[in-house]
Design a binder for this molecule. Structure first.
Ligand SMILES: [Zn+2]
Ligand SMILES: [Zn+2]
Ligand SMILES: [Zn+2]
Length: 499
């Protein structure tokens, strides 16, 4: 997709089928990106240290921008120790110029050779010449000494050289210093790599290699568009939620993505990178997924992230093994969620689906066709279902309250499914006979508890009732029976218009 926002990420346009990515790109907010210090041309994220959520703390020595949570960075700490001064005295006495100025200096390193018009980077800073001119100077004077450089520069036979171009390492912003096309740093790193692996492939190495690490800069160069978009979009969403992120975390994530050459952040292996980066990656992916998925798309899945649907938590429909019953449940759940719209709606719907799973299990266990064909079902299957629940209660697998709840939930869902037309021709439960439903007489009698428990205030009973599953897990069923309030007044969630 092209458009005014396309320039925000320096990578080629997306194919027509890549809907999610183009949605994500449309979400990107130029105001956020500029506030975050996003340099699209160079693919660098350089937020100000003072940014409220993307800021970072740096060394207190004037002009030193090394990221550290301590007062002094490691280098300044060493110099302070050597100086014999206290940290405060050292900070007060430090000349800013020594470290100061261009924070991008090491990243860009674009200081050129002193020969007029020469396009190659300085090699030896002491003489200020590029590698080629330094060699030339040494040949002419028999040594390489800064004192000879003015004489060298005055010579009429000293001509400028053309650039070798940019360093071939995708993440690097420096100029190449030799005909191999690598900057000085990467030339050194490449030779170290060759020492370890003589068969290393330069092209592949250039793709995966790190750039120059600079405090406060997340380098997203050399990453696929899908990864860059998720990082930027995810950061925007996360920052919008008031969460903090340090550029160094983003940079470590980008380095791992580059090393592994992943096409998507979903595929990245972050073992050994650090728990903070791992959870950052997971959240970026999750937030972006949620922001770029429509409710309709989410509802076509078998596991729903309810945040996409305006609720909380997840619902797993795979606990329903019959495809028609799974579709029926999804259709019912989408209607019910839309109707409820509240903080607890996800939990209510999830409990109903858990109840329906008992019907699913009964059909699987008791029918030769495992209940795969809705038209083949009948009253006997409902009877088998109710009988099995009675057995589960007798064997104390479920409580009386839960049994009652399951029956009510299944009654509600099956009745709603009919009302919503799901049993009509073409519906997901087409042909489901009318007698396949829970009748009012099928509902077990309410559980009565007499005695002092009834005298407890309603709020106390509500709290106890909510905690029943936990109590039962911890202390056994006897506790549940002792605590359980009468079902007639209990607040167990019901579907629409439950009996
Ligand atoms: Zn420092
Ligand atoms: Zn030169
Ligand atoms: Zn380089």
């Amino acid at each position: 997709m092209s458009g005014p926002r396309a320039a925000l990420v320096p990578v080629p346009a997306v194919g027509p089928d890549d809907l999610r990515l183009s949605r994500l790109e449309a979400l990107l907010d130029p105001v956020f990106l500029s506030g975050a210090g996003w340099d699209a041309e160079r693919a660098l994220l350089r937020p100000s240290p003072d940014h409220r959520l993307l800021g970072w703390s740096h060394c207190s020595v004037p002009g030193c921008t090394v990221e550290t949570s301590n007062q002094l960075c490691t280098g300044c700490r060493h110099r302070q120790t050597d100086s014999g001064l206290s940290p405060e005295q050292f900070i007060a006495s430090s000349p800013a110029k020594k470290y100061g100025g261009a924070e991008g200096r090491w990243l860009l390193d674009e200081r050129l050779c002193r020969v007029d018009g020469c396009q190659r980077p300085m090699h030896a800073r002491t003489v200020g010449l590029c590698n080629s001119h330094a060699l030339r100077c040494r040949d002419l004077f028999g040594r390489l000494d800064p004192a000879d450089v003015p004489l060298f520069l005055d010579r009429s036979d000293v001509r400028p050289f053309q650039s070798f171009g940019s360093c071939r390492v995708a993440a690097c912003l420096r100029l190449a210093y030799n005909s191999a096309g690598l900057c000085l740093l990467h030339s050194q790193r490449w030779h170290e790599t060759l020492r370890v692996d003589v068969n290393a492939d330069l092209v592949e190495w250039c793709r995966r290699e790190d750039g120059v690490t600079v405090s406060g800069v997340a380098n997203l160069r050399g990453l696929p568009r899908a990864v860059v978009l998720v990082v930027l979009g995810g950061l925007q969403l996360r920052t919008g939620q008031g969460r903090k992120t340090r550029p160094s975390q983003v940079n470590r994530l980008a380095r791992a993505a580059r090393h592994q050459q992943v096409a998507s952040l979903r595929d990245i292996d972050l073992d050994g990178v650090g728990g903070d980066v791992k959870s950052l990656a997971a959240m970026l992916v999750l937030d972006v997924d949620r922001a770029t998925t429509t409710p309709g798309e989410e509802q076509r899945k078998d596991q729903w992230d309810l945040v996409v649907l305006g609720a909380a938590g997840r619902i797993d429909f795979t606990i329903l093994i019959q495809p028609w019953l799974r579709e029926l449940a999804k259709h019912w759940a989408s209607e019910d969620l839309a109707r409820r719209r509240g903080g607890g709606s996800g939990g209510v719907v999830r409990t109903h689906i858990g109840s329906l799973a008992e019907l699913s299990t009964t059909l699987r266990l008791t029918r030769l066709d495992h209940g795969l064909e809705p038209a083949a079902l009948g009253r006997t299957d409902i009877v088998a279902f109710l009988t099995r629940l009675g057995h589960l209660e007798q064997t104390e697998t479920i409580s009386a309250n839960r049994r009652l709840q399951i029956v009510r939930h299944v009654r509600t869902i099956l009745r709603d499914a009919r009302d919503l037309g799901m049993t009509r021709a073409g519906g997901c439960a087409a042909g489901l006979p009318g007698e396949f439903g829970v009748r009012a007489e099928d509902i077990p009698p309410p559980v009565h508890v007499d005695g002092p428990g009834r005298a407890l205030p309603n709020e106390v009973m509500n709290a106890l009732n909510d905690a029943l599953p936990l109590l039962e897990t911890r202390s056994g069923r006897a506790v549940r029976v002792a605590v359980a309030r009468p079902a007639s007044t209990c607040s167990i969630a019901e579907g629409a218009g439950s009996a």
